[in-house]
Design a protein around this ligand. Structure first.
Ligand code: ZN
Length: 307
């Protein structure tokens, strides 16, 4: 069976300045790797559609959604925070990136494909209910999860975030909602500084020190996350797929490699197969060293082919 990929030329028009690490070339690197590795032949491409206001409201408050629309510039850059800018195309890209997550949920729920990768930007996991930050405008994975719950009637959705940064935005939105289990592994102490002291039943945070390697990462995830997800029996697993913990990525200080991303993907794929008919939606978050990003995404997706 094919793997779905949702993407859109508009994702490349969102730019935050000449040397910003969250750049359109990230998607080019992934796309080029799909072609050169011939993974392309098993990918089924879909265009993204914009998220509706109703879908956004499941994860964000109206005042913030209005603020993003009001801030959208007709020229130049407007800044949501010190790291996160909008150019004239960013609002459209952000709506499409959030919409891609909901559309990915539709595709797996309709059974058209079992797994979908949202090759989208801006990323989303730092965006809180009422605040964008850390390169993120709307929280794509939370919007996808609530679409699965509100539109498809799912009762249990797991969100797993293996980006090197804590998914503070996702935690902010889903904390206390027992229909969602959120698991985030991240470098700590590090940006954004949250997550080490969360004490909410549906949140599993795994803070890990700098220089964490694959063995330590696998041990921590195995001990603290896998069984909890198995007990939760999610009907759908949504991945905040950030690859900035790669040893070649100098955005942070983990020493993960492609095989580690394949490992955690395999764990999640097995869990999804047990309880959720192998339904997995993966949304791109971080990953800034272009070569490592492209190879890691390839390794991540090849797991779904049984490789
Ligand atoms: Zn990150």
């Amino acid at each position: 069976m094919s793997i779905g990929v949702i993407t859109e030329p508009a994702f490349r028009l969102h730019q935050m300045g000449a040397h910003h690490p969250e750049c359109p070339e990230r998607l080019d690197a992934i796309q080029n790797r799909f072609i050169s590795s011939r993974l392309d032949s098993v990918l089924l491409y879909f265009d993204a559609q914009e998220a509706t206001r109703e879908q956004l409201l499941a994860a964000h408050n109206a005042a913030y959604i209005d603020q993003v629309h009001a801030l959208s510039p007709s020229e130049g850059l407007a800044w949501l925070d010190g790291d996160t800018a909008m150019n004239p195309h960013s609002l459209n890209a952000a709506l499409l990136s959030a919409g891609a997550a909901t559309q990915a949920v539709d595709l797996v729920m309709e059974g058209r494909v079992k797994q979908v990768f949202c090759m989208a930007r801006p990323p989303g996991h730092h965006a809180e209910r009422g605040r964008g930050m850390g390169f993120c405008i709307f929280n794509n994975v939370a919007i996808g999860a609530y679409h699965a719950i509100n539109h498809w009637g799912l009762e249990r959705v797991a969100i797993v975030d293996f980006d090197v940064h804590h998914g503070n935005g996702t935690e902010d939105i889903v904390a206390g909602d027992d229909r969602i289990l959120f698991c985030s592994s991240f470098q700590h102490p590090y940006y954004p500084g949250s997550g080490a002291d969360s004490n909410v039943a549906n949140i599993i945070n795994i803070p890990l020190p700098r220089l964490t390697d694959g063995a330590a990462f696998r041990d921590a995830v195995s001990e603290r996350c896998i069984e909890r997800i198995e007990d939760f029996a999610p009907q759908l697993i949504i991945i905040s797929a950030g690859f900035d913990g790669h040893r070649d990525d100098d955005m942070a200080h983990f020493n993960l490699v492609e095989a580690d991303y394949a490992w955690i993907t395999r764990q999640l794929f097995q869990l999804a197969t047990i309880s959720g008919e192998a339904r997995v939606v993966s949304c791109l978050e971080g990953g800034y060293e272009l070569h490592a990003l492209a190879l890691s995404v390839e390794a991540h997706l090849r797991v779904f082919l049984g490789e």
